[in-house]
Design a protein around this ligand. Structure first.
Ligand code: GRG
Length: 263
């Protein structure tokens, strides 16, 4: 996994916060101890495919900005109403609600500003398109809408996880493959890895969250079956990885870390 500090340095290569309250809120959220799973996955996968360059770095940082904005908005009183995030006051508690709304908006804008500063090229534009589509109304936001409506069933819950959580992981893993112009059948395998790992990430999150609400795997199918599902999805992730002729051991390491993670 790429050292957190490398990602931190990269963020500030593309983000120069000003003194205003919204900039300070953006900095607070970007610096508040996130695991950097998505940008690390993107950069490591790009490293395995031999395509790390300024465009890829921009895409990795933009993905973390989108992820951070989604957490800020998810914590708002009109969504999950959480006072804490990563053991610290959530953005609207540390600042105020209006600042948190604007901070989320500004992080999403920052993502666009960062990627639009890259060098154009057909594959790069496809990456930008995939990233914003996976986080938009057919992806992460769709997952949030379904989550707010309530799942009602195991199938519904999977649909939420595939969209809300896994599509961002799909971006992280498949963007380097798209950038390299790999054939579609190969890009699809990268996507399957992202989906399996992403849903596994959500199941692990639910297993860790003792107060997981009604839309939680643990609530709907119980602890034992959730743990079994996590093992199955991890197995499928590794199976898909073996179909590819690249050294993607960092993804396998993350899948195994996720299987046992405590935070
Ligand atoms: C508000 C548009 C909008 C979307 C919200 C991301 C999200 C969708 C909601 C957050 C709640 C949640 C549990 C989402 C599932 C994805 C997930 C496990 C997020 C946490 O990711 P980590 O563990 O977070 O990578 P850190 O803190 O390490 O950055």
């Amino acid at each position: 996994m790429t050292a957190e500090t490398d990602i931190d340095k990269l963020i500030y290569k593309y983000f120069a916060p000003a003194e205003d309250r919204v900039s300070q809120a953006m900095k607070y959220c970007l610096d508040s101890g996130g695991k950097r799973v998505r940008p690390s996955l993107l950069l490591e996968t790009a490293r395995s495919l031999g395509c790390v360059d300024d465009n890829i770095c921009r895409l990795a940082v933009a993905l973390e900005c989108i992820h951070t904005y989604s957490l800020v908005h998810d914590d708002l009183p009109c969504m999950d109403n959480d006072d804490f995030r990563r053991g610290k006051p959530s953005c609207h508690r540390q600042f105020d609600e209006a600042t948190a709304v604007l901070c989320g908006d500004a992080l999403l804008n920052l993502a666009m500003e960062i990627v639009s500063g890259g060098t154009s090229g057909e594959n790069y534009l496809k990456c930008v398109n995939a990233m914003f589509s996976n986080s938009g109304f057919k992806g992460m936001i769709r997952g949030q809408i379904l989550d707010l409506a309530g799942s009602g069933s195991f199938e519904g819950l999977k649909e939420i996880a595939v969209n809300k959580t896994a599509k961002m992981i799909v971006s992280a893993i498949s963007i380097p493959a798209i950038y390299m112009g790999l054939p579609q059948y190969r890009i699809e395998v990268f996507g399957q890895i992202g989906t399996n790992l992403g849903v596994a990430y959500q199941v692990a999150d639910d297993l860790l969250d003792e107060q997981s609400g009604e839309n939680s795997f643990v609530t709907v199918i119980g602890k034992e079956r959730s743990a079994e599902l996590l093992r199955q999805l991890t197995g499928k992730t590794v199976e898909c990885l073996r179909k590819l002729p690249y050294d993607l051991s960092h993804i396998e390491k993350l899948a195994l870390f996720n299987l046992r993670r405590q935070f």
